[in-house]
Design a protein around this ligand. Sequence first.
Ligand SMILES: Nc1ncnc2c1ncn2[C@@H]1O[C@H](COP(=O)(O)OP(=O)(O)OP(=O)(O)O)[C@@H](O)[C@H]1O
Ligand SMILES: Nc1ccn([C@H]2C[C@H](O)[C@@H](COP(=O)(O)O)O2)c(=O)n1
Length: 678
Amino acid sequence: MKSFTIVPAARLVGEIAVPGDKSISHRAVMLASLARGPTRVTGFLPSEDCLCTLRAFQALGVDIEVEDPTTLSIENRFHRLFPPREALDCGNSGTMMRLIAGILAGQPFRSRLVGDASLSKRPMGRILEPLERMGAHIRAEGEKETPPLALEPAELHGIEYELPVASAQVKSCLLLAGLHAQGTTRIVEPSPTRDHTERLLVHFGVRPLREGRALLIQGGLSLEGRDFCVPGDFSSAAFWIAGAAAMPGSEIRIRGVGLNRTRTGLLGVLLRMGAQIEESVEEASGEGEPRGSLLIRGGKLRGTQITKEEIPNLIDELPVIAAIASLADGETQIRGAEELRVKESDRIRCMVENLRRFGVPVDELPDGMIVEGGHPIRAARVSSFGDHRVAMACSILALRADGRSRIDDVGCVDTSYPGFSKDLHKLSQAAVESAPGWKDYLSWVQPSPKTSGGEQEPRRPVVAVDGPSASGKSTVAKALAKALGIAYCNSGLVYRAITWSLVDKGVDLDREQSFKSAVRSMKLECRIEENELHVRIDGKEVGQEVRSPAVNAAVSRVSASPWLRKRLLPLFRKLADDRALVMEGRDIGTAVFPGTRFKFYIDADPKVREQRRQKQGESDSIEERDWEDRSRKAAPLRCAADAVFIDSSRMTVEEVVLRMLEELRKRGFPLPKESSVS
Ligand SMILES: Nc1ncnc2c1ncn2[C@@H]1O[C@H](COP(=O)(O)OP(=O)(O)OP(=O)(O)O)[C@@H](O)[C@H]1O
Ligand SMILES: Nc1ccn([C@H]2C[C@H](O)[C@@H](COP(=O)(O)O)O2)c(=O)n1
């Protein structure tokens, strides 16, 4: 399963054009396929969803040539559709299924519409009822009126229908069915929804009549092919708009994006939250799709209230609004958004669960949520729940986490935004240009918050050395201790020894009680002999066995236990009671000896670290272990704010140790008269 690993970034900077609008791409293919004469569609979104629509119309006998991934030549040479040989696959797309059902309902042939697991759970009753009233023979084969949909040949007639819930998909389904019905179809909307279908109908020569809240379409009119350019998708741009607005110091420009007023509700919400957004409409061409560019500057946002009336114009943007509400000061309430529960996922449930994992206080409501913003964002591992917008919204929030986060199951992002991760990298990397070397990686080595300053200095001088796996910290810490003539303590050895014993005894690490009782019954001895830490468990001194693949694979899980860490803390501190020492690990400068003035954070490019570990002939999943060490709740791996950061990628061990000695001298460490490196 594909996942994103998100590196924190201070801000978003740069200029992009987002891919074509998903809603409009579907509709452009559908209407061009019904039209007489050729249409060239440019800016088409070649996402999984839209490609399903393209394949469906090819299967219905329409000539669709893909000139390049975003340019299509479409012509229905026979001015009719043909029976498809097999079921039409709508993939993950509710838009496709509901709209194409409107087109197929009035055809003189049978058809069947199927979808993926997620689409197969989505309600179709809302189109079945009005279509049946128009004379369609349509049946949902799934439970509770869910897909697949089976359609039999039928002749439709116009009806008057008042939508119980504002829905652009239901409205569009009925407009397309009305096009193939006898007489007039009158559709009344409770509140305005996105109007792409109406605009495209006008583009192809059929003008629905607007009478207040009602739309009227005359059956039997034919569409005329005409070239069409799809604007950039506002809902894709929304991730950058919201992300940049909420990250102080950001400045991004988005070109060629659709600015249809029925889609841009997000802008109003962000402006209310204090965002700085400049909009310039480049093309308002009458009844076509308006497009233009947006300039967003980042700042501190404040919470807001989003009401039922606003929902239809920002429904797809609610996940990202929930994400950035976490960064705003104060509370944000989202109400009247129960529709979110029947999208590609239950977006209320999924966002609430993910926000909680990021450490955001959030209350779930039947029709929305209350997000309490302004708290620190914790690095987290979350799931997309198979929903593209959840995946992207969480990616934006992860940029502001205190470490590297992981979003699992992100294959779904391709349904609307192929290339999202590339754009994320492009816009967030610009933010870390000032970091030397491997930019994106360095950006997550952010200083931990400053300690209160009240921590006690250890009784004897302690040099704290922290860093990720295979960064070389043991090697340099050992050499430094030798040069200083003081004790060297490898705290990781203690975690490894405990892990080895647990693995050796076959303890199930997932069962907390077994884990705790096994640790309690262990006889753990830590002694410094000949200036080096020695660990014994149940009377046996541990050796090379603690570096076995089984221990490497389990040690980060074991050391993530807050209970165990609390238990070991006094043991580590006691070692410094009567001697000076160099102690290395993952939390020495931040949790074990936060009061020491002598702190180092040793790091190296992940590729270099990988190579170093391979050279040692050890099997170790460095990336996985790093992630676990950084994302755990208790004492995660961080570079202390007052630590000296050393990138050892292009330094020899001697160079690193000399650099450390120099820093110790500057900080007043009691150096022996002659400290040499050997
Ligand atoms: N500056 C350096 N240049 C080249 N190789 C180095 C450097 N520092 C360390 N190494 C080598 O890299 C390997 C890994 O180093 P070391 O075991 O000290 O890393 P570590 O950070 O303590 O790893 P872990 O925490 O996983 O035990 C060793 O073989 C070591 O000799
Ligand atoms: N202070 C420490 C030291 C070590 N750990 C954990 C994290 C590591 O994955 C594991 C083994 O350490 P290593 O021998 O690789 O340095 O022990 C920790 O959490 N805190």
